[in-house]
Write a protein that binds this ligand. Structure first.
Ligand SMILES: C[S@@+](CC[C@H](N)C(=O)[O-])C[C@H]1O[C@@H](n2cnc3c(N)ncnc32)[C@H](O)[C@@H]1O
Length: 399
């Protein structure tokens, strides 16, 4: 058995109790249905057709359960396959799906390197897996071979700067504990980590918390036998070499150098993103969506007034009220502390965002002319869309 499989048999990740499905749905990125439509289908997917989806390296089922539950709640058809090396993880994922009455999921124990044998998929989820392969490019290639025309992938890979302090520890533990069982490694490493001096880069890194949450989290963060991080340049290279192209990161603002400092003319967009990552210093994962490079298309944009906007992570009513009162609501996430500064005129538009009305309908209902709409909606997209809080999808509009 490979060391990676042995780890996930001993410590299925993330640690989840199927009974908790009765209490809450874990939702996040990638594989939020609104993001899938927004980044991969221009916000205009034909949802009357079943979505053929593969969750590659599905672990204990976070992405799987989110996608299946959201599709079920939206009354949309899903043809879902899960594949993972670890049978222990699969058992947890199966139990979670059962707990929610999510039926018809095909569970496969195997490698994503054989993804094409499982079928052709409109959507592939690969969250926190590709950086654990001995050859990540081969993983990207294998997933592309399983991608149906017009489809795309939601991914998460580790990023280096927000994980500072992790890799020297991983290397040291790997050498020290060679040949030991996962349980013995965990015990020994926990003791050393508890005694790290205050100024140690790992202890000083407040971006990381997995090791405090659970044994599986500790193991995944500090005892992994196969783990590498990609800065944005390395990520673009490996994706490009495998035939993928980035559609967008879920939070483009993080990579926008102009939000940090004035941008000199000589820098290309990829160079700007690379510098933004270095200057922010806190990005620990890259989360985004990718498409086949030969089919390059942009994410959804409000320039198309037929699209239906949704807010994510903030309520339309609350936000509209705050903006109408001239407040600057503060948002703290992803290591950022931002304050929205939307003009009062944006409030009536925000108030009408309900995931069903199109932009054209919102403009008509508020009596906003095309010039006013262009100016106000541009501000809303910059303030909310660039932080992943505004997405376009017609999933809730039924013919
Ligand atoms: C860090 S976990 C992520 C789990 C899940 N995607 C999530 O985000 O919660 C990595 C998972 O990838 C699986 N894995 C690693 N290499 C794999 C491969 N070649 N094929 C399929 N699964 C793999 C592991 O067994 C493990 O369950």
């Amino acid at each position: 058995m490979s060391e990676v499989k042995a780890q996930y048999e001993a410590y299925p990740y993330p640690e989840r109790d199927p009974k908790d499905e009765k209490k809450r749905l874990i939702s996040g990125s990638p594989s939020h249905v609104l993001e899938i439509d927004h980044f991969l289908f221009g916000g205009q997917r034909d949802w009357s057709k079943p979505l053929r989806a593969l969750v590659a390296g599905g672990g204990t089922g976070d992405g799987l359960v989110q996608l299946a539950q959201m599709m079920k709640s939206a009354g949309r058809a899903l043809d879902l396959t899960y594949v993972d090396l670890s049978t222990a993880s699969r058992k947890v994922a199966e139990a979670r799906a059962r707990m929610r009455g999510l039926e018809g999921i095909r569970f496969v124990t195997g490698s994503l390197l054989d993804a094409a044998d499982l079928g052709q998929f409109d959507y592939i989820d690969c969250c926190g897996v590709l950086h654990h392969l001995p050859d990540p490019q081969a993983g990207f290639e294998a997933l592309l071979a399983a991608l149906a025309p017009g489809g795309g992938m939601g991914f998460m890979v580790y990023a280096p700067y927000g994980r500072s302090g992790v890799y020297p520890l991983q290397e040291a533990f790997g050498a020290l504990y060679e040949g030991m069982t996962p349980e013995a490694r965990l015990k020994a490493a926990k003791k050393l980590v508890a005694d790290l001096p205050e100024g140690h880069p790992f202890r000083a890194n407040i971006n990381l918390g997995d090791h405090k949450d659970s044994d599986a989290g500790f193991y995944d963060l500090l005892l992994h036998s196969q783990d590498r991080a990609f800065d944005v340049t390395a990520l673009a290279e490996v994706m490009g070499a495998a035939g993928w192209q980035l559609s967008g990161f879920t939070m483009p603002a993080l990579y926008d150098l102009s939000r940090i400092t004035p941008v000199p003319d000589h820098l290309s967009t990829p160079e700007q993103m690379a510098l933004a990552e270095k200057l922010r210093g806190t990005i620990k994962t890259h989360v985004g969506y990718a498409i086949r490079a030969t089919e390059a298309r942009a994410p959804a944009s409000g320039k198309n007034r037929a699209l239906v906007p949704h807010l994510k992570g903030v309520g339309a009513g609350d936000l509209a009220r705050a903006v109408a009162q001239g407040q600057k609501p503060r948002l703290g996430f992803a290591g950022l502390d931002i304050s929205l500064s939307l003009p009062k005129g944006a409030a009536p538009l925000i108030a009408l965002i309900d995931g069903r009305r199109s932009l054209a309908e919102i403009a008509a209902q508020t009596g906003t002319d095309p010039i006013g709409m262009g100016a106000l909606w541009g501000r809303i997209e910059r303030d909310l869309g660039d932080f992943g809080m505004l997405l376009y999808s017609n999933i809730l509009r039924k013919a």
